[in-house]
Every structure is written in structure tokens, then in C-alpha cells.
Design a binder for this molecule. Structure first.
Ligand code: ATP
Ligand code: MG
Length: 691
């Protein structure tokens, strides 16, 4: 490998093979590059001693993992195939696939999705006579998840301390865990906790895993949570070869339990190591970097970083005010079209936003203009009823203990197995102390079922068993086609749809599943099995990614959260308004405001060459047009690196005084450009472009 493609501190990080190593550096400084090069160096340096299978690289998303793996194979050839590159959760799932039976789960465990989790919570709440209409099960689930991510179970609170939800969470938690286990399932958080338990409680497994994974590398270390850190510490217990890279300014997942302390305290967590700082930014032009630095500089309590770039100059960052959100979308689409005409490829372009809801107007205008796009994180697809039904079939076929999925599809499409039948069977199961599936297998033995129901249940059992056997031989998509045909899924869907177009839309969902199965089979080859597909699916949707079949050169639409680690030549960061960026309801709390600022920094630093920060003067909220205040972060931008653009479409209502002052201020500052020859307050080439 050519070490000359690295700068001196990067090289130092790459050639340091033993002991803990922290690379703490700002955005675009080549941290992720250090990880890939270090892996290749490990493979090259001690052939025969360090094998690909000894290396584990942890990324933040599955997408990042796939990309890193591809790079590795590109750089080091096929032997890099053996390096395990995945997220913490995928790694946990991998460990559990091998050894979860040691904790009493079935080997083919399932990963519960949000729907399964909520169903279990509600069931537990009902058992405690807690009304699930007065108390929000989602909130309870959140509290449970938070506790698990911080590495501990919800603890009993002393009398009188904590609110109702704390109390409910405490009551429901043990039942929730038990029912998951009884269903042979784990939740997303268990993918971190159970592997740690395996390592802690089973010395032979500790031996096995620490011997195998002797070189650990973690990207985006600033966003690890306590449960992940715990797992990492256990894995590194013997070798101590942990290389972590990250940027405290990019910690944006504290709402999901990320602990920025983990990176700040690295030398205490992994003593005796080395720390490397990187200062050159290779990604962005000067103007973008200046904007980013100015925004993040306002955060107190950060490890100060000096960042510079030799990509001096660059076009100014465009700060664009649009009359409303529809106009904002039109402006963005128009500028995209313009840049594509100038030769920028669609996959070099991203539109970033704070909340998922902001993508809709953008999607509509892009569709109008026939510009291909991909929404990262639109989990809508898997929320569709038909898709959920098909997936529930898979889950039951893989795991007959999964009663939630079983109850979902036992009568879908309708096959004359009603609620009464299932309730009676459930009573029998409880009475006999066996699973629902066990009594279903002998349903004709029970005389209290409606006439003929027993036989119909047995037919269903037979169907599931037959397909369980059929799936053993791969051919996932084909077997699924047969299954759907046998149960008349398409006809039933069509019959229940309100119109032909509604039916088409629903059936598209079914085709989407078949597509995704085919892609999965192509990717995995002979390793493709239904259980791994299900695991991958739950990991992927949780990581907020979705595969959209179709063309491969598309504009990317995603939340700023999802954009971490990525880079694009042209970036639109939309909705630069109070209440969105920083996000509403968070302004009061200083800590959240700091995180919002970091988020803003992450968004800005995705741009390599051209950055647009857009905002709408008004937005429609609940049918009413409300005026919007510009984001406070815009005020922090150095006037000499921005260009203010105001679109002059007819606006609804006069600007607020606040707005006027803000832009007077911005323009005032802009009157003294650092780069001579720029028109003050100029609308530039893009002014009024949306019309
Ligand atoms: P982030 O904090 O956003 O994750 P990062 O620190 O991981 O950023 P990278 O994505 O690794 O940064 O690198 C940013 C860009 O700079 C990439 O395009 C990378 O190829 C390039 N780059 C990094 N180091 C060098 C180098 N020494 N020479 C040339 N290009 C480099
Ligand atoms: Mg990176």
C-alpha cells in the first residue's frame, strides 16, 4: 500500500499496530480513510500473523459498512473479504447467531421490530391493569430502550420519586423481557446487551471471541453508547488493540444514548495508548470550512481543533430565503437541474433536512422535473400493511414461537380462523403450560372450538411446516412467490382494496419484498437464508436505510443525522429556521442546543464544493401559513464567505420585524466583502432562479 497518500499524522495512526489508539479530528480530515488504510496495513504488515478474520471494523451504518468493505477489497484484493466490517448491532446479531442458545434462546432467534415491541409492551400493560389508552406504550418503550442503552435495566425508584411513566416502565419491563424470550425474540438493544453477557458469563466464549478479534477499529466513536462501549471493552480485554476515530463536534445521537464522554475519556477507558490529531481537511473548499468552523466555534466545552484546507477560494455559501416551503422545494429542484446540466452527476448531490417531513415537497418537485432521487431512511415501505403481512409470514416460518406475528397472519388472507378460535387455543396453551403452536398442532383435539376450525388451524400449521422445509433450500424469492400464490395473497389484497389504483399500490409493496429478496440472494449467494434475511432487514430499517430499486444515479435526500460520514459535491441544507434547525422544543435546553449546533456542523461539512443553506419565510402548518424566523446559526456565518439570496416571489403577508432586522443585519455585514469584486447583497447567478 502506498503510504505516501497519507499525511504524516495519518501515517502515524496507520502504522501504529499495537495498543489503544485514538484519532480525534474534525470533519473531512481523513479519519475514515485512516481506518481503511490501517486495515490494509495490518493485512500487509504481518502476513500469516494477522489474518483478515482477526480484524473487526465497526461503522455507524450498514451503508457505511458496505462501502468500507468494497474499498478494502478494492485496495487489498479478495483476502480482505474475511475482514468483518459492520455496525455494533450487526456484530451483536452475528455473535448471537452463533451462541445465543447458551443464554436459553432458540438458535434461530428473531429480532423484534417496533410493532412487535409495542404489542408486547401493551400486553404487559394490560396484565398490570394499566390502560394503554391513557398511557403511551411508545413512551414506555423509549424509557426501556434508554435504560438498556445505558447498560442497565430500568431500576426500581424509591417511593414517590419519578413520575407515572417511571413506575409503569419499572412494572412492565420484566414482563416485556420475558415475553420476548418466550417468543424466541430479542429487541434491538439486546443485540448489544446479550453479546456482552455471553462474554462476561461464559469464559470459553470470552476466549473464543477475544482470540479471534484481535484488532478492533471503530469509526464515529463519538456516537457510541454505554452498551456499545461495554461490548467493545470486553472484546478488547485481551488484545487492547482498539483504534477509535471520531470527532466530539459530531456527536449527534445523544438522544439515542450516545455518550460524548466515551471519546473524551478514551485514555482513561483504554489506558496507555496514543492519541493522534489530524488538522488538514481534504473534503471541503475554504468557504464551506469557514462556515462550518464559525458555527461550531460557538459551542462551549469542546476540544478545540484547528482545521485548514488547501482548497482555498471556492464559491460562497449561498444563504437563500424563499417565500414558502413550496418555493424552497422549487428552488432546490431548479438548482439541481442547473448543476446537472453543468455536468454534476446526480449522485454527487444531496438534500439534507432536520426532520423527515421536510422531504415531501422536495420529492414532489423532483418527480415533476423527472429527476431521479432516493430517500434514505424513508422506512415507509416496511410500514405498509401488506409488506408487514408478508414479513410476518417469514417470521412465523422461521420462528414458530413468534406469537405476535402468528396472530397477525393466522387469518390473513381470511381462512376461517377467527378470534374466538385463537382465544380458546390460547387458553388451552396457558392451561397446559405449552406454546400456542403446540396446541395449534393438535387443534382438532379440542371440542370447544367453532365447527371445522380445528381442521382449518391444522391446515395452516401444515402450510407453515411445508414452507419451512421449502425455504431450507434457498430460492427465497421463488418460494415466496409460490407461497403467496398458494394462499391467494394477491387476489385477497386486490379484493380488499378500495380502488384499482389502491390495489396496484399495495401489490407494488409485495413486489418490493420480492425484489429485495432477489437482491439479497444476489448479494449473499449460497449463504442467503430466510433467518439472515430477516435479521438483515430489521438491522437495515433500524439503521434508517432502504434499498429503492431503480436507477443508480440519483439525488440523495436524507436527514442530517443520516448524512454522517458522507460527502457530496453539492449540498442543499434546507429549512434553516428556528424550530427546525435548531429543532423546536429544544431551544430551552442548553445541552440540546449544543447538539443542534453540532448537527448543523455535520450538515455543513458534508459539502465538498457548493453549499446552499435555504429557508422558507412562511410554512403551512395545520392548514395555516405561519411566518418563520431564520435560524440563529445563520447569524454565526462569517459575512465574507456567504452570499445572500432573496427570492422575490409574491409572498404571503409582510415579513416580520424580526426577519427584517435579521436580514438587514446580514446584509450590513455583507456590504464589506472580504473578497473584492463581489456585489454587496448580490443575488448572484441563482437569484430568482426558481421561477
Ligand atoms: P467525517 O468526520 O465527516 O466522517 P473523515 O474525517 O472521516 O470525515 P474522510 O471521509 O476519511 O474524513 O475523508 C474526507 C475526504 O478527504 C475523502 O474524500 C478522503 O478520500 C479525502 N482524504 C483524506 N485524507 C486524504 C489525504 N491524505 N490525501 C488526499 N485525500 C484525502
Ligand atoms: Mg468519517
Amino acid at each position: 500500500m502506498d503510504l505516501s497518500k497519507l499525511n504524516p499524522p495519518q501515517r502515524e495512526a496507520v502504522v501504529t499496530l499495537e495498543g489503544p489508539l485514538l484519532v480525534l479530528a474534525g470533519a473531512g480530515s481523513g479519519k475514515t480513510r485512516v481506518i481503511t488504510h490501517r486495515i490494509v496495513h495490518l493485512l500487509n504488515e504481518r502476513p500469516g500473523l494477522i489474518m483478515a478474520r482477526n480484524i473487526l471494523a465497526v461503522t455507524f451504518t450498514n451503508k457505511a459498512a458496505t462501502e468500507m468493505k468494497e474499498r478494502l477489497v478494492h485496495m487489498a484484493g479478495p483476502r480482505a473479504q474475511g475482514v468483518l466490517v459492520c455496525t455494533f448491532h450487526a456484530f451483536g446479531a452475528e455473535m448471537l447467531r452463533e451462541d445465543i442458545h447458551r443464554l436459553g434462546w432458540p438458535k434461530k432467534f428473531a429480532i423484534a421490530d417496533m410493532g412487535d415491541q409495542l404489542a408486547n409492551i401493551r400486553r404487559a400493560m394490560r396484565e398490570h391493569k394499566i390502560d394503554d389508552r391513557s398511557f403511551d406504550a411508545r413512551k414506555v418503550l423509549n424509557l426501556i430502550s434508554k435504560a438498556k442503552n445505558s447498560g442497565k435495566a430500568p431500576e426500581p425508584k424509591p417511593e414517590g420519586i419519578g413520575d407515572d411513566y417511571d413506575l409503569i416502565t419499572h412494572m412492565v419491563y420484566p414482563d416485556y423481557q420475558l415475553s420476548l424470550k418466550a417468543q424466541g425474540s430479542v429487541d434491538f438493544d439486546d443485540l448489544l446487551l446479550l453479546p456482552a453477557r455471553l462474554l462476561r458469563e461464559h469464559p470459553d466464549l470470552y476466549e473464543k471471541y477475544t482470540k479471534r478479534f484481535r484488532y478492533l477499529l471503530v469509526d464515529e466513536f463519538q456516537d457510541t453508547n454505554t452498551a456499545q462501549l461495554e461490548l467493545l471493552k470486553l472484546l478488547a480485554g485481551r488484545s487492547r488493540n482498539v483504534c477509535a476515530v471520531g470527532d466530539d463536534d459530531q456527536c449527534i445521537y445523544s438522544w439515542r444514548g450516545a455518550e460524548v464522554r466515551n471519546i473524551l475519556d478514551f485514555d482513561r477507558l483504554f489506558p496507555g495508548g496514543k492519541e493522534v490529531r489530524l488538522e488538514q481537511n481534504y473534503r471541503s473548499v475554504q468557504t464551506v470550512l469557514d462556515a462550518a468552523n464559525a458555527v461550531i466555534a460557538k459551542n462551549p466545552e469542546r476540544k478545540a481543533k484547528q482545521m485548514w484546507t488547501d482548497r482555498t477560494g471556492g464559491t460562497k455559501v449561498k444563504v437563500v430565503t424563499c417565500p414558502n416551503d413550496e418555493e424552497e422545494a422549487r428552488f432546490v429542484a431548479h438548482e439541481i437541474q442547473k448543476h446537472m446540466a453543468l455536468g454534476i452527476s446526480a449522485d454527487d448531490i444531496a438534500v439534507l433536512y432536520r426532520t423527515n417531513g421536510q422531504s415531501r415537497p422536495i420529492e414532489e418537485t423532483l418527480r415533476e422535473k423527472n429527476i431521479g432521487y432516493e430517500v434514505v431512511g424513508g422506512s415507509e415501505f416496511f410500514d405498509r400493511r401488506e409488506v408487514k403481512d408478508v414479513i410476518a409470514y417469514f417470521k412465523v416460518i422461521v420462528n414458530k414461537l413468534d406469537e405476535i406475528s402468528l396472530l397477525r397472519i393466522v387469518n390473513v388472507p381470511s381462512r376461517g380462523i377467527g378470534d374466538v378460535t385463537m382465544e380458546r387455543l390460547n387458553v388451552h396453551a396457558r392451561g397446559e403450560g405449552v406454546t400456542l403452536w403446540t396446541v395449534m398442532k393438535k387443534a382438532t383435539d379440542y371440542e370447544d372450538l367453532p365447527p371445522g376450525a380445528g381442521a382449518r388451524v391444522m391446515d395452516f400449521v401444515d402450510l407453515v411446516e411445508r414452507y419451512r422445509a421449502a425455504y431450507e433450500h434457498g430460492q427465497l424469492a421463488n418460494v415466496t412467490r409460490k407461497l403467496l400464490e398458494e394462499i391467494g395473497f394477491r387476489e385477497a389484497t386486490r379484493a380488499h382494496a378500495t380502488s384499482a389504483t389502491a390495489a396496484d399500490k399495495k401489490l407494488k409493496g409485495v413486489d418490493g419484498v420480492l425484489n429485495s429478496l432477489e437482491n439479497f440472494e444476489k448479494r449473499e449467494g449460497p449463504k442467503a437464508s430466510l433467518p439472515t434475511y430477516l435479521n438483515r432487514l430489521s438491522l437495515d430499517t433500524r439503521q434508517e436505510e432502504e434499498e429503492v430499486p431503480g436507477a443508480n444515479r440519483r439525488v440523495t435526500l436524507m436527514t442530517v443525522h443520516a448524512s454522517k460520514g458522507l460527502e457530496y459535491r453539492l449540498v442543499f441544507f434546507i429549512g434553516m429556521e428556528e424550530d427546525l434547525m435548531p429543532h423546536g422544543g429544544m431551544q430551552g435546553e442548553a445541552q440540546n442546543l449544543e447538539e443542534e449546533r453540532r448537527l448543523c456542523y455535520v450538515g455543513i461539512t458534508r459539502a465538498k464544493e457548493v453549499l446552499y443553506l435555504t429557508r422558507a419565510a412562511t410554512r403551512v402548518k395545520r392548514g395555516k401559513e405561519v411566518p418563520r424566523t431564520p435560524s440563529r446559526f445563520l447569524e454565526d456565518l462569517p459575512p465574507e464567505v456567504i452570499e445572500v439570496v432573496e427570492l422575490d416571489a409574491p409572498r404571503q403577508g409582510p415579513p416580520t420585524t424580526e426577519e427584517k432586522n435579521f436580514f438587514a443585519n446580514l446584509k450590513e455585514r455583507f456590504k464589506k466583502p472580504a473578497i473584492p469584486g463581489t456585489p454587496p447583497g448580490g443575488t448572484g447567478p441563482s437569484g430568482g432562479a426558481a421561477r
